[in-house]
Design a protein around this ligand. Structure first.
Ligand code: BGC
Length: 921
């Protein structure tokens, strides 16, 4: 019945839509806008987190050069869009097509509304109205909840991990209810947990999300999710189920024993709201009438240690109406605290994004086999295996093999990362764990029916990460460079699991700030992660220390330390995201944190030099330090350089946000730090004065612009010398490596960067690829064919060195923003190394930008695409004597292409939107 209602509703909407778009005799010359999104690039969000709306759209290529005007309308039903009851912007003469502020009637929790936009092109021709987009708010206030937290005390034997931390058993809760009125208009489930939840209705999982609600500073804010469950309800008897596991909240987290503190057991909070056609409302909320048990089949499930599933404890139909819960216990309740904000999740949750089939299997002994998925990945396995009653199946994971028939698990350290399935019957079982995830390429299964021959079809990998879509592509004539791009993308998929993590496999998987700040720019090119970063920055703001410092991991579970190069994520990432998107609100939201962070440095400084603690240029190869993970670059030099850099970024933000007082203060501070830095660390010949003359010292000084003009060339020459001394190899760690390409490119040594990039021996990107890398590794030589594995700290999925991706897009592909948000685009690809062709594309806030080039001995050809409502400065490598044809016509004959710069080896032209082929003859 509910299904029928749903269909009727959809049909109505469809008819209304068709009418809106076509019941008119006007013939439109321009196509309507597309790609409608709200705030941080969210499309048709359900359970949206704020009533402060900003609308964005894209103009389809072809019918526009620029947008002359727009008109937005917002209504509470599709039907009302034609005379909108919430807001009508009217025709606004403006080129703005991103982040247009909603200025209509106030909206609040649960409200659903529709919006659409039409635009005028440069000739004043209007488009039809775009397709309508929908937004529905979640519960924005704690007072919207009438539910109470529910939990349960375990009555059976308590379980502990090897580390003696509590392994909380999975909590199963249920509540039967009756739907009396068959005319359901809509039903929403608002739900969250202290821990992880999986909700179900009438025996079926609600939604397709995993690891929810996600990881935030739980003492301050917990995210809530909203699901449309209209079609899941029956008229008459129904039941809702809620399973809870520890997750980040109640499980063991952290890489040291001191982090493994006693944590409270998981609790859940759910509110099912049914609205009937007659306006009546029925609410089923967690309270003491819910019944629970801890004796269900998922015995325990932990992020580090994995999951145990005992099919003998299966409770058939526990989340259906017919089940008798007489034996179950009454839920223990506790009220919602006022000081812990319950706020709708503001970025897409984790979903299964890809399925990887196993590519090979080898039987090690009867009943034991190792499967290879061919790609280091993060998520869970899906098993479809023959089992025998009474024989438990153990699944172990590994990123690498120690021997042909042995998993390498040393690098998981104390994370057991094991699943156990205890069957209750003979035959084929299909199973995946629910409340954990693993970083792996290989898995061994021990305990399947030994009479059967293992087959690749038994196993596949469900790749899980925060549900973002790719925005960038990269391809070239060089297979290893393409593999590097793929490794960068997989490194990102593996470490954007609700928060940006250092690694996904060992006993860490935390939001290390330093790793995140060096990778942020690349991530913004790879995928639509605007909301992902915005959400994590919110956690960072909430966890900012009283001193203004930023802890090493966010959410902060490791202690109140702030390290240079790590805490600076608080200034670098807001700037990165602003730069990529043009989102000024994001900058404004984070400005106070940025300013406070600079204040933290100021308080630490003596004469503008800071010795803030830092692990420095982490993992620099050939370090001379006692613990070789620490690099050789002077730590106070690093700290002071970052002090300057964070000050500069905050100064830039203050300018954009029009804060004249701060601009004056920060400008003076920045100048003083620069002078102090130069005097303390560099001599008159531009040589660094500290004990070790490292590449990173020069990279920081040049990359952050900290030397007087005359000294830069000297310092550059010394940097180049250091690179030559290293036989044209990098000698940089986490902080220096991301600066290499930018600095060498900017200061005229692009060829040197190509040489470093295409190196095949240690240390280099291709070196790891030659040792079999399918992701970015924590160390270039984590494994070598010659020497095997580096002991202890050795992740094979660490995105930091993937920061080179930015240069691959920006220089090899050639695409970069000349203005935040790509309103003005720079297209300046340059060939180098052995490359004969490359292509990159980027789905910018204005639409697709594409840049492809092909080079022969005598010609250079570019194929470019520039989206509407932007302009591009196309920087063509050509000499005075060469000619440039655009779409087979001399460039000078194109009235709309203007030469803006001419030098011996390059000419720069201003292009308008469109697709062009450029040939330099
Ligand atoms: C993490 C890093 C992190 C570093 C800093 C490591 O254990 O995996 O990526 O940045 O610690 O100390």
């Amino acid at each position: 019945m509910a299904d029928f209602k749903m269909m009727k509703y959809c049909l109505l909407c469809l008819t209304a839509l068709i009418c809106l778009c076509s019941c008119t005799s006007v013939e439109y010359k321009t196509h309507p806008p597309v790609g409608l999104s709200v705030n941080e690039g969210l499309k048709n969000p359900l359970g949206f987190h704020t009533s402060n709306l900003r609308f964005s759209w894209k103009l389809p290529p072809g019918s526009y050069q620029v947008q002359q005007a727009y008109d937005v309308r917002v209504a509470s039903t599709i039907k009302q869009l034609s005379s909108p009851d919430l807001w009508r912007s009217g025709k606004v003469l403006s080129r703005q097509s991103t982040f247009v502020q909603y200025e209509g009637k106030p909206i609040g929790s649960r409200d659903q509304f529709f919006w659409q936009v039409r635009t005028w092109n440069e000739r004043g021709q209007p488009s039809a109205w775009s397709k309508a987009a929908v937004i529905e708010l979640g519960l924005l206030n704690n007072t919207d909840w009438q539910a109470q937290w529910i939990g349960l005390t375990e009555t059976s034997e308590l379980l502990f991990s090897k580390q003696q931390t509590r392994l909380y058993k999975t909590r199963y809760f249920r509540k039967p209810f009756v739907v009396e009125n068959i005319n359901i208009k809509k039903a929403r489930l608002y739900v969250t947990a202290k821990g992880l939840f999986e909700a179900s209705i009438n025996g079926k999982k609600v939604g397709d999300t995993w690891m929810t609600p996600g990881w935030t500073p739980y003492q301050k804010r917990i995210e809530t999710l909203t699901y449309d469950v209209t079609a899941m309800l029956n008229s008459g008897s129904n039941a809702i189920g809620l399973a809870l596991a520890p997750g980040w909240h109640s499980g063991r987290m952290g890489h040291a024993q001191r982090h493994w503190i006693a944590k409270p057991a998981p609790q859940g909070l759910a509110q099912l709201e049914i609205v009937y056609e007659n306006g009546q409302k029925h609410v089923i909320a967690t309270d003491h009438t819910w019944k629970g048990t801890t004796n269900g089949p998922i015995v325990y499930s932990e992020i580090y240690d994995g999951e145990q599933y005992d099919a003998r404890l299966d409770i058939r139909g526990w989340n259906t109406a017919l089940f008798s819960d007489r034996e179950w216990l009454q839920a223990e309740t506790s009220p919602i605290a006022d000081d812990v904000k319950l706020l709708p999740k503001s970025h897409p949750p984790v979903r299964v994004k890809h399925t990887l089939p196993a590519i090979s299997v080898q039987e090690i002994s009867p009943g034991v086999a190792i499967f290879d998925l061919g790609q280091n990945m993060v998520g869970v396995p899906r098993l479809k295996i023959p089992v025998k009653k009474g024989r438990s199946v153990k699944v172990n994971f590994a990123e690498m093999l120690k021997k042909k028939d042995e998993l390498y698990t040393d690098n998981y350290r104390t994370a057991l990362s094991r699943n156990e399935y205890i069957p209750n019957t003979n035959g084929i079982v299909e199973w995946s764990p629910t409340f954990t995830f693993h970083g792996f390429r290989y898995l061994s299964i021990d305990g399947y029916d030994a009479d059967e021959t293992p087959d690749v079809s038994w196993v596949s990998g469900l790749v899980q990460y925060s549900d973002f879509e790719p925005t960038g592509t990269f391809n070239s004539s060089h297979q290893k460079l393409n593999q590097l791009h793929s490794n960068i993308v997989w490194g990102m998929r593996g470490n954007f699991l609700d928060i940006p993590t250092d690694c996904p496999q060992r006993d860490e998987r935390m939001g290390w700030t330093g790793d995140a700040q060096v990778f942020a720019d690349t991530s913004m090119l790879n995928a639509g992660v605007h909301s992902f970063w915005s959400a994590w920055l919110q956690s960072m703001r909430e966890d900012q220390l009283d001193s203004g410092g930023i802890s090493n991991v966010i959410p902060n579970i490791t202690g109140n330390f702030s390290m240079s190069g790590w805490g600076d994520a608080s200034t670098v990432i807001p700037w990165s995201v602003y730069h990529a998107t043009g989102d000024i609100n994001l900058l404004a939201d984070n400005y106070e944190m940025m300013r406070k962070f600079v204040g933290f440095y100021e308080a630490e400084a003596r004469d503008y030099i800071v010795s803030t603690q830092t692990v420095g240029d982490w993992l620099q190869p050939y370090s001379h330090q006692k613990d070789p993970r620490w690099g050789d670059t002077d730590e106070t030099l690093i700290a002071t350089a970052y002090f300057a850099y964070s000050t500069k970024l905050t100064l830039d933000a203050a300018r954009i946000l029009s804060k004249p007082q701060d601009v004056a203060e920060l400008q003076a501070l920045y100048t003083n730090i620069k002078t102090a830095f130069d005097e303390k660390y560099f001599d008159e010949d531009g040589k660094v004065t500290s004990a070790y003359e490292t590449q990173t010292s020069y990279l920081l000084a040049l990359g952050f612009d900290l030397l007087p003009e005359y000294k830069k060339q000297y310092a550059l020459a010394r940097l180049v010398k250091q690179i030559e001394k290293a036989d044209f190899h990098l000698r940089t760690g986490f902080l220096g490596t991301p600066l290499l390409a930018e600095v060498l490119d900017k200061f005229g040594h692009r060829d040197l960067m190509f040489r470093i990039l295409f190196n095949e021996n240690y240390p280099s990107w291709f070196y790891s690829i030659d040792q079999g890398a399918t992701t970015i590794w924590e160390r270039w030589n984590g494994y070598t064919h010659k020497d095997g594995f580096i002991p202890k700290m050795n992740s094979f999925n660490h995105y930091a060195y993937g920061a080179i991706g930015e240069w691959m897009y920006k220089r090899i592909g050639g695409i970069r923003p000349l203005e935040p948000g790509y309103k003005r685009i720079g297209l300046a690809p340059r060939p180098g190394g052995p490359l004969t062709s490359a292509e990159a594309s980027y789905e910018s806030p204005y639409g697709l930008i594409r840049s492809e080039w092909v080079k022969t001995d005598t010609t250079f050809k570019m194929m470019i695409e520039i989206p509407p409502n932007t302009t591009a400065q196309v920087d063509v490598p050509m000499t005075f004597s060469q000619t440039l044809l655009v779409n087979d016509t001399l460039v000078s004959e194109h009235a709309k292409i203007n030469l803006i710069q001419k030098e011996a080896k390059r000419q720069v032209f201003l292009f308008q939107p469109g697709s062009y082929t450029l040939s330099v003859e």
